[in-house]
Ligand binder design. Structure first.
Ligand code: LLP
Length: 412
């Protein structure tokens, strides 16, 4: 890998510095269009999960394809609106929405709220009443299926904090006629992330279909079913992102006959493989028993390997004819967990070489932090041999801008 979307990565790193997130516009568009075309003929919409990568340039690109947003905070609401995503294409998920966030979403006129608990439903009713509006809402059901993914990104088991049981959802619908401020007319689910096998998706869809049919039999008409996100991507050899047509075929089959709107909320599948994190080798350290490749990127820039033991392919941008050596690839942060790869066989690297960490378009920049007082990395988009800066590298002043000395003491 020397170029991405026609842009020379070494020249790019020279100009913009490292660590640097690089997103391929054509790769994102290819995924977006494949999913749109698989959904053709259905009354269906894509609500991109903003948490995967909320950069506004990327959101604007997706907005241009007619894609909406799945948000989980007031901050994501503002990002989506600022990027030009119409409010009526925004859905609001998450287990703990604050009154302020609900108000902002109601005032913006978002399409619907995905509700996860009775107290949240009560809060939505109170806020909608106070603002004199009617909120559209779906119940997030917990289908209790094993998504067969990493425990920390599995969300659809009964013991997880997400959603309510199908029985409880049914009870909400039975009581719903008496809620003037919340129009409950949808079902939602999200069973987990990085799903490479469609079997758990089919199992969850079957439970969703069962819930829809039971509700219909009880006289409740649903106008929306949101099947969540979760589609996986290729992080390493042997893995394959499910094809959009296969995923949508599963939805079509399970929900055949449903006459309302269908929503899907992919995040990772749309953007992960389109992004790389470019980093420079600071030094090679021959330790007592291991050889460390110390990069200028660290766990604060890309947390997934530390947090989930996630595998990301690492491609040194060097002559592939170099001999191969085993490296522990690490960052400069003062934690043993600041490790991108253990015992990874790579072409021999030297200080100053560049490496590309692949699959970094999703849950990379969006999970970055200032840990160890490291400024947030810059982000660029690449397309047809050109690039555009979409986030300036944070400088020291910006990093500490919100802090002040304890000079103004007052009482609470
Ligand atoms: N919808 C809901 C309600 C979600 O909670 C999520 C992700 C999505 C959609 C999008 O899921 P996706 O299509 O991206 O799998 N930080 C973790 C992933 C956490 C996902 C949380 N929820 C990681 O880096 O693997």
């Amino acid at each position: 890998m020397r170029t991405l979307a026609g842009v020379d990565l070494a020249a790019l790193a020279q100009r913009e510095g490292t660590p640097l997130y690089v997103y391929s516009t054509p790769a994102i568009l290819a995924r977006a269009r494949a999913l749109q075309s698989a959904l053709a003929g259905l009354d269906a919409g894509i609500c991109y999960a903003v948490k995967a990568n909320g950069n506004r340039a990327l959101l604007a690109l997706l907005a241009g394809e007619g894609i909406g947003a799945d948000i989980v905070s007031g901050g994501e609401l503002r990002r989506a609106l600022a990027a030009g995503i119409p409010a009526d294409r925004i859905v609001f998920s998450g287990v703990g929405k604050s009154a302020g966030e609900i108000d902002a979403a109601l005032q913006a006129g978002i399409a619907r709220f995905n509700l996860e608990s009775r107290p949240e439903l009560d809060l939505l009713q109170a806020r909608a009443r106070a603002l004199g509006v009617c909120a559209h809402a779906s119940v997030r059901i917990n289908p209790d299926v094993d998504a067969r993914t990493h425990a920390k990104i599995s969300t659809g088991r009964a013991e997880n904090k997400f959603g309510v049981s199908i029985a409880e959802a049914h009870a909400w619908f039975d009581a719903g006629a008496t809620w003037p401020d919340v129009h409950l007319d949808g079902l939602h689910m999200h069973i987990g992330s990085q799903l490479l096998d469609l079997a758990p998706v089919r199992e969850a869809l079957a439970r969703m279909a069962g819930a829809w049919r039971d509700l219909a039999a009880a006289g409740h008409r649903l106008s929306c079913i949101d099947v969540g996100g979760g589609l996986g991507v290729r992080y390493r050899e042997g893995e394959h992102a499910p094809a959009a047509v296969d995923y949508v075929a599963a939805i079509r089959e399970a929900l055949a006959g449903f006459d309302g709107r269908l929503l899907v909320e992919p995040g990772r599948w749309l953007v992960a493989e389109a992004g790389v994190l470019l980093s420079r080798v600071l030094l090679v350290k021959e330790g007592a028993s291991r050889r460390f490749l110390v990069l200028d990127a660290a766990m604060n820039d890309l947390l997934r390997p530390s947090l989930y033991d996630a595998w990301h392919d690492i491609v040194p941008l060097v002559d592939s004819g170099r001999e191969r050596l085993a490296y522990d690839v690490v960052g400069p942060v003062c934690e043993t967990g600041d490790t991108f790869a253990i015992d990874r066989s790579l072409p021999r690297c030297e200080a100053g070489d560049l490496v590309a960490i692949l699959g970094a378009g999703a849950y990379g920049a969006s999970m970055a932090s200032n840990y160890n007082s490291r400024p947030l990395p810059a982000e660029v988009m690449v397309d047809g041999g050109r690039y555009a800066l979409v986030r300036r590298r944070q400088d020291f002043d910006a990093m500490i801008a919100g802090e002040c000395f304890a000079t103004d003491w007052t009482t609470a």
